[in-house]
Write a protein that binds this ligand. Sequence first.
Ligand code: MTE
Ligand code: MO
Length: 227
Amino acid sequence: MGRRVVFVMLGLGALGVAVGADVQRGTDRFVAPLRENDPTGLTDLLPSGGFRYYSVVASVPERTSADYELRVHGLVDRPLTLTLDDLSRMPQTELVRDFQCVTGWRVTSVRWTGVRLADLLDAAGTRPGATALTFRSFDGAYTESLTIDQARRPDVLVALTMLDGPITHDHGGPVRLYVAPMYGYKSIKWLAEIEVVDTVTPGFWEQRGYDVDGWIGKSNGRDDEPV
Ligand SMILES: Nc1nc2c(c(=O)[nH]1)N[C@H]1C(S)=C(S)[C@@H](COP(=O)(O)O)O[C@H]1N2
Ligand SMILES: [Mo]
């Protein structure tokens, strides 16, 4: 074996050690910089499938399937506190759609399953005056918003799976929102709370300049971009 080959293998070995400890939680963060410089596209075959890890806070507490809860409250007839089991027992909808971040990256044909947000709103029963939703994350910082009409679209899910498996912690599991027709920032991760309200309160990135109505190709100055 030539000297150069050995050197390369040692390099890869060191990489393996560095990555090994954090591989379950950290794959996406590790892979993202590689992916930026990957003309082969091979990194898309990795488990995170082209997604980049985003969080506005440094660390997010883990919620397991045993301790996860989703609160639906505000202008509703029946406030709900739903476990992951409760959500899994509701009718599940599947969507296969591209995921598009407003910063430019896109993951094609991602499979999602979950409960239609419309079904949750029906279960809770929205009161007169309910015109919008505020979403909060158990990361303690991120928020999002939708109008009731947007929320009732059939392509808006409270997602329980993505990429053919349970949603991993890095992707916002065990439960995140998936707003298929809008940019990725609308799909709040680590979903903890849905409050039904009478006015839209702009979410985390929307308070920092992103469009509240984040339609792919029709917002954030990207009207000409093909969808
Ligand atoms: N709680 C929370 N949700 C979030 C974000 C975030 O930083 N925190 N980033 C948003 C943005 S801008 C995008 S593009 C997607 C990225 O999802 P991913 O981290 O699974 O790739 O999550 C969205 N939801
Ligand atoms: Mo994004």
